[in-house]
Design a protein around this ligand. Structure first.
Ligand code: ZN
Length: 417
């Protein structure tokens, strides 16, 4: 018993990348500039996984289809929150590409799977077009190998189980196509279960088909993603899954009372007990309920100003005023608020159950000051270091927690072969 404990201890030490010298560094007493430098270095030298980036859909909305060309994100882009240069600056290594299926597709049989297939092809096309910058990744081992070569991994998660249509065989099909998590629902109840944004309560939680879907996802090795589901679906899925689950882009409901899309303390505790990980969404409405109200007021004032002065949205006089007014009445939360969410999870259940799930390219112009795009993760890391987080803690948040879950899912599936 004693020996096995020593072996476990050595294994744990070998897994950690923080050296004894590094774990002695006191980041809390550094100047802000020194701390940001340390955070930037940490971000670039540590694998960083983000649970949810909406680039594929941004490309689709932008009219980039396979018939035309993909959006060139190998260079700095004007719009959006993601491209290769900014990814490198921020130290991001493995953003999960969201294969996002709007709930409106559910009305047309076959439309959800067809869209999923086309977004997967689009993601693959990115890696084929820029092989020295992006590569597909189907496992933590793939991400580690790409990281060693300095290449950004593009693992894929399917946002909305509607992509499976009504055919259980599609779970295995999408695993073969590279999907490594499935968000069971999106905005509306689907065949699998009830969604947080929908009040219909179609199934009262997970449907019978949904239960089979979760079991099949366990069997083939796809992570169960509980972002977007209703509380009942969440509890039902946790009761059934044989392996830890994730929330790829959800924040803490305590800061957004009544917003079921975020996780209550009860659900955070249940997910931790299950060994899972919740990856914090950075979007303004997810991290601060005051944001939505503040943003609405600014919008209203600007519309009134436009009308009162006979201006249109494209007039330079209006744009100058809008920029100045928005800056002076900035409704945006700050990077500290995102750290508050991480703190809350850590205080409630510990540092082993939290990660990053920005929702970049998916939440419009609502992102916090200091966390507007993928180049800015070091600001968040610096804030966590300021609050006393260690390098080991940062590594857990950046990748070790999600890798633990992902490997458990892989191992369970392998044991069922
Ligand atoms: Zn989402």
């Amino acid at each position: 018993m004693k020996n096995s404990l020593i072996v476990l201890g050595i294994a744990a030490m070998a897994m950690s990348c923080a050296t004894p010298e590094e774990s002695k560094i006191d980041y809390t007493t550094m100047s802000d500039a020194e701390r940001l430098e340390a955070a930037t270095e940490m971000a670039r030298s540590t694998i960083m996984v983000d649970g949810h980036v909406d680039l594929p859909y941004r490309m689709k909305v932008g009219g980039f289809t396979l018939q035309r060309e993909i959006l060139d994100v190998s260079v700095r882009t004007d719009g959006g929150n993601f491209d290769y240069p900014r990814t490198k600056e921020g130290g991001l290594d493995a953003p999960f590409m969201s294969i996002y299926i709007p709930a409106s597709n559910q009305a047309i049989p076959g439309a959800s799977k067809a869209l999923a297939d086309s977004l997967i092809l689009m993601t693959e096309r990115l890696t084929e077009t820029f092989p020295d910058k992006f590569a597909m990744a189907y496992s933590p081992a793939d991400i580690e190998a790409n990281f060693a070569k300095g290449i950004i991994s593009l693992p894929m998660g399917m946002e909305n189980g509607a992509g499976l249509e009504d055919d259980l065989a599609n779970v295995e099909y999408f695993h073969r196509r590279g999907i490594r998590y499935i968000t069971l629902t999106h905005g509306k109840d689907n065949l699998i279960g009830d969604a947080s944004y929908d009040t219909t309560g179609t199934h009262g939680g997970l449907s019978d088909y949904g239960k089979q879907v979760v079991e099949e996802m366990n069997r083939v090795g796809i992570m169960v993603d509980l972002s977007h589901v209703s509380d009942n679906t969440f509890r039902d899925a946790l009761a059934i899954t044989k392996v830890p689950a994730i929330a790829s882009h959800s924040s803490v409901r305590k800061f957004t009372p009544g917003f079921e899309r975020n996780m209550s303390d009860e659900l955070i505790q249940a997910m931790a007990k299950n060994g899972g990980v919740m990856m914090i969404n950075f979007g303004g409405t997810f991290i601060d309920s005051a944001y939505a109200a503040g943003a609405g007021k600014v919008r209203e004032h600007l519309v009134n100003y436009m009308v009162d002065n006979g201006l249109s949205r494209t007039d330079s006089a209006f744009q100058a005023y809008a920029a100045e007014y928005s800056a002076a009445n900035n409704p945006f939360p700050t990077v500290e608020r995102v750290a508050d969410h991480i703190d809350h999870v850590v205080n409630l259940v510990g540092v082993d159950y939290v990660g990053l799930g920005s929702d970049f390219d998916g939440v419009g112009d609502s992102l916090p000051t200091g966390l507007k795009d993928v180049s800015m993760y070091p600001n968040l890391i610096a804030e966590l270091l300021k609050r006393g987080y260690s390098k080991e803690d940062i590594e857990k948040i950046c990748y070790k927690n999600i890798f633990r879950v992902w490997k458990a899912v892989e191992e369970y599936a392998a044991s069922r072969k």
